[in-house]
Design a protein around this ligand. Structure first.
Ligand SMILES: N[C@@H](CCC(=O)N[C@@H](CS)C(=O)NCC(=O)O)C(=O)O
Length: 287
């Protein structure tokens, strides 16, 4: 039976990102249900995921697993041939420990720097407590990267990277001080395809949560700059069917003077947000 996953706003819900990434990275079929945070939508959605109180929540074979660490362990045990955890015992211990510490610590960083994949802030001044969390995280990143040789924390991409992906975003978007080694690791997350697709879907959702705003200037997005696509009203496009669904096109974007069509607005807008994140679209523009 296909897994069902309840998540919140992609731009803001760091735990939802952690819950979703394993499905994307290890190609595990899932049906995603989204609800907007700080409205009644989450609790309404979770009526089908009892006894979950928060997102993400997973339903698999009629059984609900909530809380990200439990979801990660459930997927690892369900798909033992997929390398969710590293196979090497030392690296597996490090990966499990980092994921667990992420789950139980770094309160200062999490409170001061909520995940916001819409913006990068200039002039954020971290408190001593935030800097202490950052130092601990960088110590663990260096420990793992030195032991594994990289490129991800424990060699190949693992659940450790899933759990630290939103932290990498906090370093990047709040301009937190970091070593060159951390910067390389953060850049790897910013360029990673699954993360880029998640962020693009968040941009297309366009859920603005004022709670996450800061009275600071915005700086350019620290990841790869997206190609300059724009939504456009049109009737004709280069393609007759959507590159994702194969259905007739109804919504359009323009890129480099050419018009491309999609079967709905969300497919179009997530592509506008970051065209290069979508291999099926890139195949269409450069066959
Ligand atoms: N310990 C939980 C934390 C989950 C969590 O805090 N989820 C937030 C979104 S990031 C949520 O559901 N908020 C909705 C609410 O508070 O009503 C986990 O690991 O999954």
């Amino acid at each position: 039976m296909t897994c069902e996953l309840a998540i919140g706003d992609r731009t803001h819900s760091s735990w939802s990102l952690r819950g979703w990434l394993p499905f994307a990275v290890w190609n595990i079929p899932v049906r995603v249900h989204t609800a907007r945070l700080y409205t009644g939508e989450v609790q309404k959605l979770l009526e089908n995921f009892a006894p979950s109180r928060l997102v993400p929540a997973l339903k698999k074979d009629g059984i609900v697993v909530y809380d990200t660490l439990a979801i990660a362990e459930t997927l690892a045990e369900t798909y033992p041939h997929k390398p969710l955890w590293p196979t090497d015992p030392l690296l597996r211990a490090k990966a499990r420990s980092m994921a667990a510490e992420m789950h139980s610590a770094y309160g200062a960083l999490r409170a001061a720097c909520p995940m916001n994949l819409a913006h990068s802030w200039a002039g954020f001044v971290p408190s001593e407590d935030v800097l202490e969390d950052c130092a601990r995280i960088e110590f663990l990143w260096a420990d793992a990267l030195d032991a594994s040789g990289g490129p991800w924390l424990c060699g190949e991409y693992s659940l450790a990277d899933v759990f630290l992906a939103p932290v990498a975003m906090r370093f990047a978007t709040y301009g937190l001080p970091r070593t060159d080694q951390s910067q390389t690791y953060i850049d790897r997350h910013l360029a990673e395809g699954n993360f880029r697709r998640w962020r693009a879907m968040g941009r297309a959702e366009n859920h603005h949560q004022p709670f996450y705003d800061f009275d600071l200037a915005k700086s350019p997005w620290p990841g790869p700059a997206p190609l300059a696509a724009a939504p456009v009203d049109a009737e004709l496009s280069i393609n007759d069917v959507c590159p994702y669904s194969g259905r007739p096109v109804t919504d359009f974007l323009e890129l480099d003077g050419r018009v491309y069509g999609f079967c709905n607005r969300f497919c179009r807008d997530r592509t506008v947000a970051d065209p290069q994140a979508w291999p099926a679209f890139m195949a269409l523009i450069a066959p």
